[in-house]
Design a protein around this ligand. Structure first.
Ligand SMILES: [Ca+2]
Ligand SMILES: [Ca+2]
Length: 76
């Protein structure tokens, strides 16, 4: 159920957004948000939320994953 929701949000996310992390989030400018960059940006971030945001489970949050999470309300 969750997967289906995320997939439909993905399509919406790609259709709309001008893709960009919020200013300063990607501290090392490698194009993805590491766990420490995510925690710095979202101090209340839990492991559960991080796992939900990192949909491909590669340990980093890509711009696409971040956009989806932001638009779906996972991240504030
Ligand atoms: Ca980074
Ligand atoms: Ca990822």
């Amino acid at each position: 159920m969750k997967k289906i929701l995320l997939t439909s949000v993905t399509i919406l996310g790609f259709a709309s957004a001008a893709l960009a992390f919020d200013e300063g989030m990607d501290a090392d400018n490698d194009g993805v948000l590491s766990e420490s960059e995510m925690v710095a940006a979202y101090p209340d971030l839990t492991r559960e939320i991080l796992d939900a945001v990192d949909t491909d489970n590669d340990g980093n949050v890509s711009l696409e994953e971040w956009t989806i999470a932001t638009e779906s309300g996972l991240l504030g």
